[in-house]
Design a protein around this ligand. Sequence first.
Ligand code: PMP
Length: 450
Amino acid sequence: MKDSNFLKENNARSIWHPMAHPADSRANPPTIVTGAAGVRITDIDGHEVVDAVGGLWNVNLGFSCQPVKDAIAAQLDTLPYYSTFRGTSNDKVIELAEELRDFFAPDGLSRAFFTSGGSDSVETALRLARQYHKIKGEPGRVKYLSLKKGYHGTHTGGASVNGNANFRTQYEPLLPGCYHIPAPYTYRNPFNETDPERLARLCLAALEDEIAFQGASTIAAFIMEPILGAGGVIPPHPGFMKGVRNICSKNGILLIADEVITAFGRTGSWSGSRHWGVQPDMMCTAKAITNGYFPFGAVMIADAMAEVFENDSSGKAAIGHGYTYSGHPVGAAAALACLAETKRLKVNENAAARGAELYAGLQALAEKHDIIGDVRGGHGLMCALELVSDRATKASIDKPTIATIQETAYRAGAMIRISGPNVILSPPLVLDSADVQTILSALAAGFEAA
Ligand code: PMP
């Protein structure tokens, strides 16, 4: 390996990082990760810490999953690539589609369209939604509704339904016909409502109001994360997604569940939709489908929607969409092995149990540190702390204080993610109670230093 100085200098000289100012890596050099094992990562300077970010919400099984490594190596030896565009398929992707059909049967989803990642999955679902309505003879249904604070990746369709200005402003104009509904975000909302159930009702009323204003016959789909993730881990009241489902069904609008983070156990359930007792029309997956071992994703499609495409005789259902790597056999082999391990280890159960410990520990931290304005979690291993400079006014925290917290926590043993004013925690689902305590004590050190 090249030495530490060489890597740091060349990183600053040659790499533009996602979600960062290009000059930022000079002023604030990134942590250069050179190794990982279990739930820990090692950096170029020899620090070893618990990865409380879980890669980027994706390394659910940790970094040393031998069956996945074996499956990838074996697939590279037999068939490293072949496309699934019209006229060809491959054995692995068929096997995977069957496994996913079983896994997502309780969600009412039975067909898979494969992608190379989360943004691709979102783009696929948005496009299939419009196509569905055209096949059905409602070509005017072209608009999309979504939640403020929602994150749906960075392709232009996804960015258009994203509900966070940071990912939109510099890229406008985005797609026309995208409208945003207030999020069920109890800590801050335009209604000043502090009761989650009443807030859910207000947001649902806002959704109905927007549908009436736009005209239901102009709307193709509503897309939402079952628990808002990148927007700051915002779990809604348990009845919220069901309410959305009912409103969508009543108005002929497709419900797309963006489960790029929540599918495969992170919430403590096998999917976020199942967590809330909802069956979506499409589900976007990626991330933990291959645990970060290979870029891959799948859009799962409900029977009723699939049948509209499959029974079409007009030709409108021909899918003019797809990626070179849709159904990549190495990705499919990785996904098959991940799914088998995910089920064998019942990672959802560990996510629920360890998630409860983490959430309780964070609540205890909030009792000691006024800088913590809000503690969010309680649904598996997705937690966040929203930091403030003043609890009473909820005034925003300054960047240097956040940087001190992050750096101190890292030196004390945990990689945490900072997103705006939020500390985001999404560790691998296979961590144990001692790892949870390491994360909590590292955070405590960070808050003491702030
Ligand atoms: N949707 C959601 C809910 C996500 O959290 C993400 C990524 N964090 C995406 C879409 C985009 O996924 P990717 O970065 O793999 O394109």
